[in-house]
Design a protein around this ligand. Structure first.
Ligand SMILES: [Zn+2]
Length: 408
């Protein structure tokens, strides 16, 4: 039933599972929801829904069509599982809860983040915009960012009130199998993965994606070293015996350990590239910064998925591969002149971001946000490893500015 409901599709997997590609208004195009039949093919026994998608008129229409075509009544959905709180996965959870009466299973950390980001009186949008300004994002761009952030609340409303907390180490019976809950960090705090040891199936959300690398975004008030946490998570999760991975984006894939190795390698190379950019500015030449990654099969540099509050996803393949437009160094978007830097080699995260991904990201607030959050995550990790130093200075008006310099 390709493209019949808002551009999304449904694919029949083995054992009655349905992979529902819920459309997204981003370059990543869709998020995977999974419908798992309880008790084999007996639809009457009900279904478990994993990661229902972003809320919009389009996705509501899509889901109405999918369930009607499959003969699934709302009340047949018994359980809703959310792997992480990003809007492209969590956004429809409350809508489904209200229609089905089913509880929403998610981690406490994910629940807390959802409330922090979209609850009444939230201050996260302003905090993020302010800290991006400290990292060199020009004021005019910061204004775009604030407006962009404010657009997300409707895409995750209503938030579910019947939430059952899933914790790492729990076992839960879903879709006729016994699943063990594992935790992953770096892409989203409190991210959960579900592993069925008997079959080797892994519902992994965005922790391990094929073709694209999950966005690793730093955000205020969150994990101070999300990249370090991500790499540690992958090394820990690598020991799982996995026959087939069911990811949050793209299609199920079998080569779990190979993919983890590629992701680890991708970020090590990205860290080396960042050190080179810090040391040499834009001297590396136009468009070279990700060719190594693409040829290595990792796909997109900046990965696809959301760093925090946003709609998830994207700086995806379309936008992630052009890299720098000018090849030259970029002024810190207008505020360089007012800053007393510690030295000429210092760069803001925004400058490094533009060197790496290209100034044209300025035309796409959504992608710019993830690109900058990912750049900060790498620079902060370098500071933690000791391969870069972090400096703070003040503008003439007393505003903090943050810079990085490669270590000797
Ligand atoms: Zn996602």
């Amino acid at each position: 039933m390709n493209d019949r409901f808002g551009g999304g599709t449904v694919t029949e997997l083995g054992e009655g599972w349905l992979q529902v590609k819920v459309p997204l208004p981003y370059s990543l195009k869709w998020v995977n929801a999974y419908l798992l039949p309880e008790g084999g093919a007996e639809e009457e026994a009900g279904w478990t829904l994993v990661d229902p998608g972003l809320r919009s008129d389009e996705t509501e229409t899509f889901w109405n069509g999918v369930l009607a075509e499959r003969g699934i009544d709302w009340r047949h959905i018994r359980t809703i599982v959310v792997t992480h709180h990003h809007p492209d996965h969590y956004g429809l959870a409350g809508w489904f809860m209200e229609k089905t009466g089913a509880p929403v299973l998610m981690s406490k950390v994910a629940r807390d983040n959802a409330v922090r980001l979209w609850g009444d009186g939230e201050t996260f949008s302003a905090e993020l915009t302010a800290v991006f300004a400290e990292h060199g994002l020009a004021e005019v761009l910061a204004g775009d960012m604030l407006a962009h952030m404010d657009g997300f609340a409707a895409k995750v409303s209503p938030q579910p009130d019947d939430v059952r907390i899933l914790s790492v180490g729990d076992t839960v019976r879903l879709g006729g199998a016994e699943w063990t809950v594992y935790g992953g960090e770096g892409h989203a705090p409190g991210h959960l993965l579900l592993h069925d040891a008997a079959s080797g199936r892994l519902l992994c959300g965005d922790q391990v994606l094929p073709d694209i690398s999950p966005n690793i975004g730093w955000m205020p008030g969150g994990d101070p070293d999300p990249l370090g946490s991500f790499l540690d998570s992958l090394r820990r999760l690598e020991s799982l015996e996995v026959s087939l991975v069911y990811p949050g984006h793209r299609d199920p894939f079998p080569d779990y350990r190979e993919r983890i190795a590629e992701l680890l390698d991708h970020h090590e190379r990205r860290l080396l590239k960042m050190a080179e950019l810090l040391a040499n500015g834009g001297s590396g030449g136009r468009g070279d910064s990700e060719s190594d990654v693409r040829s290595g099969g990792v796909g997109v540099s900046l990965g696809s998925d959301s760093g925090g509050r946003g709609g998830g996803d994207d700086v995806s393949s379309e936008s992630g591969d052009g890299e720098r437009d000018s090849g030259g160094s970029v002024n810190s978007a207008g505020n360089g002149s007012e800053v007393d830097r510690a030295g000429s080699l210092d760069k803001s995260a925004f400058e490094v971001c533009e060197l790496l991904f290209g100034a044209r990201l300025r035309g796409n607030t959504h992608n710019l946000r993830f690109a900058l959050a990912e750049t900060i995550a790498h620079l902060e990790h370098m500071a933690k490893r000791g391969t870069a130093e972090r400096f703070e200075t003040a503008t003439a008006t007393g505003d903090r500015r943050i810079f990085y310099r490669v270590s000797d």
